[in-house]
Ligand binder design. Sequence first.
Ligand code: CA
Length: 228
Amino acid sequence: MKLLLVEDEKAMAEALKEILQKNNYSVDTCCDGEEGRDFALTALYDVIILDINLPKMDGITVLREIRTNDIGTPVILLTARDATKDKVNGLDSGADDYLTKPFKSDELLARIRALTRRNKEAVPNSNLIYGDIELNPHTLMLYTPSKNFQLTLKESQLMELLIANRNISVSKNTVIEKLWGYDSDVEDHNVEVYISFLRKKLKAANSKAIINTVRGVGYSLTTSDKEG
Ligand code: CA
């Protein structure tokens, strides 16, 4: 497992690197945003740990550039204490998780394991198919007849949940619990953002699959293709 750590506070970066290496991760470190972005764009990493307050380019901008370039590597943001706005911005920009400083290294290790577990359990030929779309939840690839997409981990988890509950509605609370966990302070708004990401992709692909809003409940995936 190869990790990228983008953190400008030298002492913290060194301490984290040591802990991660002790836990058998291979770690590259960058100490400013521009360098972090360039490393991230190589797509060589299993997880990126990204500080928000960085010289040259802030972490949120780095994250947006990574996602704009279709790099789906899971990203854990490191935020300053109580920076709620950062968390919301970060999740909206395609982060998979965040940790508030100061945090315990055990917690960081647990988050990394959660984000990489899926790949370890990867089973070939386990694509989920619904109507004209096909999702590989391990490679995070979404296939349609006209276009393929590299999803972020959260987008893939959300699509997996919708496919598993095809034709019935999934509540926003269920989405939050499945994607972020029971004790998360993620809000409905974050779910809406990921729903809109998926809708845009389905639309761009002219897919017959539709994510419907079920008023007062949540969402349901249906297809205009009767055989779906
Ligand atoms: Ca910093």
